[in-house]
Design a binder for this molecule. Structure first.
Ligand SMILES: Cc1cc2nc3c(=O)[nH]c(=O)nc-3n(C[C@H](O)[C@H](O)[C@H](O)COP(=O)(O)OP(=O)(O)OC[C@H]3O[C@@H](n4cnc5c(N)ncnc54)[C@H](O)[C@@H]3O)c2cc1C
Length: 481
């Protein structure tokens, strides 16, 4: 065996390396046949299929460490993978076939729950929904919530610093994590599983690995922050003329309801038309068309009556000041779920309608209406007849600002203009002081856009961190940088 030879350059992993992997993880958990590897190689949206030398499926942290050490010894690049729901091709290997996929799916134990410290310690491969359920069984709330929660893993959530629908009240995944356990690119185990809310002992290594998309190390465990379970939640859908009205509604609700406001989701009228077209069985809460809709949720730690009273006060004030035209309040759990389904079906309705060019952007909340007001006409000017599918977590300043082809133009024709569409949207995002990736990350998909927009100073600091922690460059190469 020649440990110095680069397996990446050779385009395949040496046989000795695979023998070592089988010794570490067990032969049944080192997949090398095309059929066995297929489920790990295509991204969630089915846009890209990569190749791999093997898929490794360890079940313990020492196994992960030993596998990474073997990758370092044989210079085999590795791609960490959780639930594979990422939307920027971060967890999928490239087309060279040089890398191995390291799936964390078998590390799926809830290690401990401490209701007094309000923390739980989990393996990185735990499915988000199982983490939520384990927290609920202990009488607590783990508030991270997203439409992929039945499949995504906590390691993937941490590695992408996932957002979701409760950021307004509870923050991103970063704010929900107190400690990490990480396998370094050298195959060492860093035990940073501290359940501390205060810990000023030098550089914050935890925050480096969160959002690093597997380019600096492999997260194997985490201490998560728990919150008290609300006694009641109540959902409403407001109809209003414009995004500017939605911002006024947000201010009013925040002034009146404070931290009880847990979600504030904007949906344009076109989004709900798409949902009605493709999912006619879902509720149609208003008989009349309105320009925009806001789905809002309030939670109360006191009682349902308290939640209703808060909501009525906020909605009443909004009607009086003219920021909303109409509103429906869910009066049962089923009705509330129905309203949430409208929001959750937008991406599905979009997909059923055809391809579109997606942007996951964030802006200062105060500038969102102006951004939409300026950018929509710029797109119309450059691509006449294109259709904007604009929705998102308005309370966090996060929009999914997707552009669908004009009627009569084929998906392929329109997708060939992707770079130009991105330039119009992302230039405008930068003009408004925003970010080209709010919650999905960079992965392989937005790498060039990152290089285009980040300053040289910022990129150089990022490269220095990468080179210091992963000098061999084996951790998820080609992602982010
Ligand atoms: C229907 C749908 C709705 C979604 N809604 C949202 C949303 O509201 N908000 C949001 O933020 N995202 C959303 N996403 C995106 C996605 O669910 C998140 O990015 C999620 O956090 C990815 O988790 P995963 O386990 O699937 O990670 P994967 O897709 O497997 O991996 C994502 C990245 O993390 C790395 N990685 C995974 N596990 C580890 C680990 N243990 N250690 C180191 N690196 C690791 C991978 O290499 C990759 O770069 C949605 C996706 C879908 C399909």
């Amino acid at each position: 065996m020649n440990a110095e030879s680069s397996a990446a350059a050779a385009g395949s992993a040496p046989a000795e390396f695979l023998t070592e992997c089988r010794r570490i993880a067990g032969a049944a958990f080192v997949l090398t046949s095309a059929d066995d590897m297929a489920p790990y190689l295509t991204d969630w949206r089915g846009r890209f299929t990569g190749r791999a030398a093997a898929v490794l499926r360890p079940s313990t942290v020492p196994q992960v460490a030993a596998l990474v050490a073997a990758c370092a010894q044989w210079r085999v690049p590795l791609v960490p993978q959780g639930g594979k729901t990422g939307l920027v091709l971060g967890g999928i290997p490239d087309a060279s076939g040089a890398a191995v996929v390291l799936s964390l799916a078998r590390l799926n134990t809830v290690r401990a729950v401490d209701p007094v410290n309000r923390t739980m310690t989990v393996d990185a491969g735990c499915i988000l929904q199982h983490v939520q359920e384990a927290a609920a069984q202990a009488g607590c709330l783990f508030p991270l919530s997203l439409a992929a929660e039945g499949s995504c893993t906590i390691g993937g959530n941490l590695s992408t610093n996932a957002g979701g629908t409760a950021v307004l009240r509870y923050g991103n995944t970063r704010e929900l994590c107190l400690g990490l356990e990480v396998v370094t690119p050298q195959g060492e185990i860093w035990d940073g599983l501290r359940g501390l809310r205060k810990d000023n002992t030098g550089y914050d290594l935890r925050d480096l690995f969160i959002g690093a998309e597997g380019t600096l190390g492999i997260i194997t465990g985490a201490v998560l922050k728990l919150h008290p379970q609300p006694r009641a939640s109540i959902t409403a859908l407001a109809a209003l003329p414009s995004p500017a009205h939605a911002l006024r509604l947000l201010s009013t609700m925040q002034d009146r309801c404070g931290a009880s406001l847990t979600a504030f989701e904007l949906m344009s009228s076109f989004c709900l038309q798409l949902v009605a077209r493709h999912f006619p069985q879902l509720p149609k809460p208003f008989t009349q068309e309105h320009g925009q809709y806001v789905l809002l949720e309030l939670s109360s730690s006191e009682s349902e009556q308290h939640a209703i009273a808060l909501l009525e006060t906020g909605i009443g004030a909004a009607l009086e000041e003219g920021s909303i035209s109409d509103a429906v309040v869910a009066n049962s759990v089923a009705q509330s779920a129905g309203l949430w389904q409208l929001r959750e079906h937008i991406p599905l309705a979009q997909a059923a309608d055809g391809k579109n060019i997606k942007h996951d952007i964030s802006l200062p909340v105060s500038r969102i209406a102006d951004f939409i007001g300026v950018t929509a006409p710029l797109l119309e000017q450059a691509f006449p007849g294109c259709q904007l599918v604009c929705f998102g977590h308005l309370g966090d300043g996060n929009l999914h600002f997707n552009v669908a082809p004009p009627p009569g133009i084929s998906n392929e024709d329109f997708l060939s203009k992707q770079d130009r569409v991105n330039r119009v949207v992302h230039d405008s995002v930068m003009d408004f002081g925003g970010s080209i990736s709010a919650e999905h990350g960079i992965g392989a998909l937005k790498r060039e856009e990152l290089a285009h927009y980040k300053s040289a100073v910022e990129l150089n600091m990022m490269r220095a961190i990468k080179a210091a922690l992963d000098p061999l460059g084996i951790m998820n190469p080609g992602k982010i940088l």
